[in-house]
Write a protein that binds this ligand. Structure first.
Ligand code: FES
Length: 94
């Protein structure tokens, strides 16, 4: 008889970062995209036409999750782990 096993669902250490000046709590091991979506962020970036953008592929291909991290433009939130103290800003017009 096969016995069912459960994966460890424990969370990492709590970390705090900012998004456009708003303080957001998250956990080590989560991606920035996960943390921003969980915090209810409605737009990661804004197109030149003013349209909001959110993650689409969640695997690093589309750049719809692009944000500015610590002054670096076009960082893909779906591929970036959260770090304590990181400064994240909405990416506009790129
Ligand atoms: S959601 Fe497509 S690159 Fe991040």
């Amino acid at each position: 008889m096969v016995k069912a096993r459960r994966l460890d669902a424990g969370r990492g250490r709590k970390v705090t970062f900012s998004f456009d000046g708003r303080s957001i709590d998250s956990y080590e091991g989560e991606t920035l995209a996960t943390a921003l979506l969980a915090a209810g962020v409605a737009a990661f970036s804004v197109t030149r036409a003013g349209q909001p953008r959110l993650p689409f592929c969640n695997m690093g291909t589309c750049f719809d999750c692009a944000v500015r991290v610590d002054g670096q433009d076009l960082v893909r939130a779906c591929l970036t782990d959260v770090r304590d103290g990181m400064q994240v800003e909405r990416q506009e017009g790129k």
